[in-house]
Design a protein around this ligand. Structure first.
Ligand code: FMN
Length: 251
């Protein structure tokens, strides 16, 4: 079992694709990669969450413990380490879901700080936590979450969603975050490469994604300073891609 993020070094991560990334899907589309991430799952007490109901859970271990056991086990068929991503408007529910993922045998836990859904942003949560006015709340939210959990934690962010993302990453680093997964939207564009270079100064382990489709592109993103690359859209279309990229990067 992979239990250190250094084991992801120069590897390929199957990015979370909400509504798709359950255990069997990750086993197929992430086969041969370094890490597959299940989710993002939403935990919310309401009945009207505007998200695929298969990925929405009411709070309470009885509602997701069996699901996580089954789907973490299924994702293991990828041969990769298994992560679980969650988003919730409630910190206790976020933590409880991630603890259930730990109990289910996951190797990594992740919070989606990338969502622009109104249910989060209107409360200053998920991507809105990265806004400067919410940095005190970000620091508190991440500190409490890290104190309560024990697996390596991945903060998933979208770099174009908010200004000053690099400073928000510094806030998370001070709170104890060690791994950032950043969606740069187009990692190899000038804007993407500049964002990667700014993120590098945090000293954190960087999983970088956004538009990666080929081994050559993955290699360039690693050469530009990423510790690992993430692939989403292209892996949806080509289930063998992650494994081929992983093999090429390790050649
Ligand atoms: C259909 C779709 C669903 C996604 N769902 C999620 C999600 O639930 N949580 C998340 O953090 N990112 C989500 N993302 C973002 C991806 O994880 C990834 O960061 C992004 O697509 C960039 O990688 P790519 O260009 O290889 O697709 C989603 C992307 C797509 C295309």
């Amino acid at each position: 079992m992979v239990n250190s993020h250094e084991q992801l070094k120069d590897g390929v991560v199957l990015a979370e694709i909400g509504s798709h990334s359950n255990g069997p899907w990750c086993a197929k589309h992430g086969a041969g990669s370094a890490l597959v991430v299940l989710g993002t799952f939403i935990v919310d007490a309401r009945d009207d969450v505007p998200y695929n109901p298969d990925f929405v859970f009411k709070p309470g271990r009885e509602n997701y413990g069996d699901y996580l056991n089954e789907h973490v086990a299924a994702a293991r068929d990828s041969g990769a380490a298994v992560g679980v991503s969650v988003a919730s408007v409630n910190l206790d529910d976020t933590i409880d879901f991630l603890l259930a993922a730990e109990e289910a045998g996951a190797d990594y836990i992740s919070e989606c700080l990338h969502s622009t859904m109104d249910m989060f942003v209107s409360r200053g949560l998920s991507s809105a936590l990265l806004r400067q006015e919410n940095w005190p709340a970000l620091r508190e939210w991440i500190s409490v979450l890290l104190d309560a959990t024990s697996l390596p934690f991945i903060a998933k962010i979208g770099v174009h969603d908010t200004p000053n993302t690099e400073q928000a990453v510094e806030v998370m680093a001070e709170a104890g975050v060690k791994i950032i997964h950043a969606n740069l939207h187009d990692a190899l564009s000038d804007e993407g490469l500049q964002a990667l270079s700014r993120l590098k100064s945090s000293g954190l382990f960087l999983i970088i994604g956004g538009g990666i489709k080929t081994a050559e592109q993955a290699g360039r993103v690693i050469a530009a300073g990423a510790d690992a690359v993430a692939v989403g859209t292209a892996a949806m279309q080509d289930p063998g891609l992650c494994g081929r990229l992983q093999a090429a990067l390790h050649d």
